[in-house]
Ligand binder design. Structure first.
Ligand code: SF4
Length: 307
């Protein structure tokens, strides 16, 4: 059985009623995800001893500097939050997590769009929460998303694809034959994300200099993670789908061909989701028994139940 990816998540997103007002946020996607991933939860505000319920906190900008202030009591918790974040993230870094989901707009967990106030309590700009800022700076090579952005299908597909791919790579046995198989099975997925990365990974896995396995895995991992920083571009995915279609198009009736081509066009024009088109293509891969394609992870980058 495939090892579950590890995801760091804001605790109030369905795990604990730890919001300032004692509320829990029921997030359907995260609930679904919990069957397929291992969650590591954290509530930075509770961790620094603020308790539930608690007075709200705000980011205040004063003389060009940012402070985390408990608004009613004017208690400054900037340092205590900074210390907690650094200590906690140092510990979590060792856990090899594959992704992060944080609560939107919170002065602690919000990745962006967090209201920042002047000392006269007027919103002067928007920015990152104190904990989220450190998360983003610590985990530069894994997907970090807010729960709100994951309502967008394209962002969700990208997040899930990357998280499951990174986890699969990290859990490979450190043997060359495992890496060669991984590379071969992911060829079309890599092609959809980043052609340059596919070429570089191909060179690394060919290992012409006969470097030792550990070194090869390290270089492969670094290239993979940095190549996955960007989301897939519709056009690259579109070209990959056409490429796959090319394997069996000559064996199809005109009507079938047109139907598939329309579906691929519909994907490009945002009329159908990626998984719909992939499932359609996969059905032909099975029908024509194309073993090499059957093994490609592009057809199942993550469990279908998650979309
Ligand atoms: S947003 Fe972060 S700090 Fe606020 S309740 Fe949720 S987990 Fe805790």
């Amino acid at each position: 059985m495939e090892t579950k990816p590890k995801i760091l998540v804001s605790k109030c997103l369905g795990f604990d009623a730890c919001r300032w007002n004692g509320v829990i946020i029921e997030e359907q996607f995260i609930k679904k995800l919990s069957d397929f991933v291992e969650f590591i939860t954290v509530c930075p505000e509770v961790e620094i001893g603020l308790g539930v319920p608690r007075d709200r906190i705000r980011i205040i900008k004063k003389n060009g500097e940012y402070f985390l202030i408990q608004y009613k009591t004017e208690k400054d918790i900037t340092k205590v939050m900074e210390n907690f974040s650094k200590k906690f993230l140092k510990k979590i870094e060792k856990e090899n997590i594959d992704g992060v989901i944080l609560k939107d707009r919170s002065p602690s967990c919000g990745i962006k769009d967090v209201k920042i106030f002047s000392d006269k309590n007027v919103v002067v700009q928007k920015g990152s929460g104190f904990f989220a800022k450190d998360v983003v700076n610590t985990f530069t090579n894994i997907p970090v998303e807010s729960e709100g952005r994951l309502n967008n299908l394209y962002l969700k597909e990208n997040f899930l694809t990357k998280v499951f791919l990174i986890s699969r790579f990290r859990n490979l046995k450190k043997e060359m034959k495992e890496l060669v198989k991984f590379h071969s099975q992911n060829k079309y997925l890599f092609l959809s994300y980043n052609q340059k990365m596919l070429r570089e990974l191909g060179t690394i896995v060919a290992n012409l200099k006969k470097e030792d396995v550990e070194k090869v895995f390290k270089r492969y991992g670094e290239t993979l993670l940095s190549g996955l920083k960007k989301n897939y571009r519709k056009n690259s995915y579109y070209n990959t789908l056409l490429h796959i279609f090319g394997y069996f198009k000559d064996s199809l009736k005109k009507e079938e061909k047109n139907f598939i081509l329309k579906n691929i066009e519909d994907f490009k024009n945002d009329k159908v989701g990626l998984l719909t088109t992939l499932i359609l293509l996969k059905s032909y891969v099975i029908r024509f028994d194309i073993d090499y394609l059957k093994e490609q992870t592009i057809f199942k980058p993550f469990p279908e139940e998650l979309i």
